[in-house]
Design a protein around this ligand. Sequence first.
Ligand code: HEC
Ligand code: HEC
Ligand code: CA
Ligand code: CA
Ligand code: CA
Length: 460
Amino acid sequence: MALSRYSTTALLGLVLVAGCGNDSTTEPTPPTTTDARSGGQTTIINASSAAFSFPAPNLDGDAFNLHVEGDAAFEATFVTAPASVNAGLGPVYNNTSCISCHARDGRGRPPFAGENFSSMLFRISIPGADNQGGPNPVPGFGGQLQDRGVFGIPAEGKVSVTYIDRQGTFADGLPYTLREPRYVVASSYRPIPAGMMLSPRVAPPVFGLGLLEAIPESALLANADPSDQNGDGISGRANYVWDAQANNTTIGRFGWKANTPSLLQQAAAAYNNDMGITSTMFTLETCHGQPQCDTSSNDPEVDLQTLKAAAHYTATLAVPARRVLNDPKVQRGEVVFRAANCNSCHIETLHTGVAPDAPYLSNQIIHPYTDLLLHDMGEGLADNRPDYLADGREWRTPPLWGIGLTRIVSGHTFFLHDGRARDLMEAILWHGGEAEAARNYVQQLPRADRDALIVFLESL
Ligand code: HEC
Ligand code: HEC
Ligand SMILES: [Ca+2]
Ligand SMILES: [Ca+2]
Ligand SMILES: [Ca+2]
């Protein structure tokens, strides 16, 4: 069944390629997206290096003021206590501010040769699960490896990365090289327990996230097909994770494995694990045996208002509008995107529900290019570390909105959960597992169609 569908789309592809350079073609043009407003009424028209950093234009006065407050919280650099403002950094941490990892509200990257890790971190665990069904913390280290410590406190450990080249060729004979990362814990303050699993994660962009939070769970589940009943080889499923605020298990939406239920919890976890800042949600320092670990009295180190403001900031950053929709190459690329079935995971259009107290996020038609579901992406991308229901080969489909602005915003084009892909085509070529058919489809495309697919992604 899948085969016959692919052969029709391939045929369609040929007809369109033939008609491409020829204006007199009578082939009907398949419908392409005409809505540039990827974030509905939260969309902003801007393609500069600040494109991810605008407040949604439809915020009401209170929401706008809280956004401005959150902007300051997102930029605040924490320092070692005692200090009058932004005190409490560490004792162990990965970086000193939200913005230091999510620079310009965009994505992080792996280190260049000779650099330390800075906007990328490692989740860690040992086999088994914790009391809430989450990853089992590593004795002496917890669930995340902090590679820095404040004065007098050793970093938990430092990781180094090397890359191994893997050669491949497109069907037309053009060769390509992919780089596969290998991570080694180069040093640690105490021996690493045997069997520790390591999951590399770069900081993702943080705009438009309130819209993703406002999609009804039922709408996400409508795209799930855990046992692949329609036989298309794609079996997205939801992650269910611990919600520390509600004190129960809920659907996961955020993080590379959808291991976090809400923006509030994501912010609280970032304060706690990434910067060593306690809050009303996570009141204890992330200490797992380090000597002289701070148990100080000034907790919580950020108050609830600051925590809420930081989360609200990521909920209300505008989504940049698409560009050059009328370019025939973009339109051709969109046809290829659909023919390759990319949109069975990177879902083009979703609707938000009614967000309590957030009319500006409610009832929006959005084009995030994600289903927020977990997919088996094959051995090549596997981290072999479970995260709630996500197994060692599963990842959440990342949104593709704004991805074409990565270079101008972040100054690089490293993609995927660990930044191994050096451009968009490499990201596609790493797709395996449930996305293997899509990858193979791209691999056999003529050059012009491969280029069009990339130009389409760059228009998002
Ligand atoms: C050390 C780097 C680092 C710092 C500091 C950091 N983050 Fe992150 N952030 C990440 C990484 C890595 C992820 C992905 C986590 C995962 O997949 O488990 C992430 C994910 C997120 C997400 C979810 C994005 C998505 O699409 O799923 C949000 C929201 C977020 N961070 C907000 C914040 C806020 C707010 C702060 C400051 C309080 C902060 N981050 C500080 C690295 C960082
Ligand atoms: C089976 C579901 C699925 C299909 C089909 C699929 N993708 Fe993906 N895509 C994912 C997942 C999951 C990731 C994240 C993988 C990772 O980071 O290891 C991803 C990552 C990406 C990224 C990198 C995003 C980022 O933020 O780093 C791009 C670009 C992308 N896909 C484009 C495509 C294109 C183009 C196609 C069609 C040729 C496609 N995908 C088909 C699930 C899918
Ligand atoms: Ca602290
Ligand atoms: Ca730790
Ligand atoms: Ca299916």
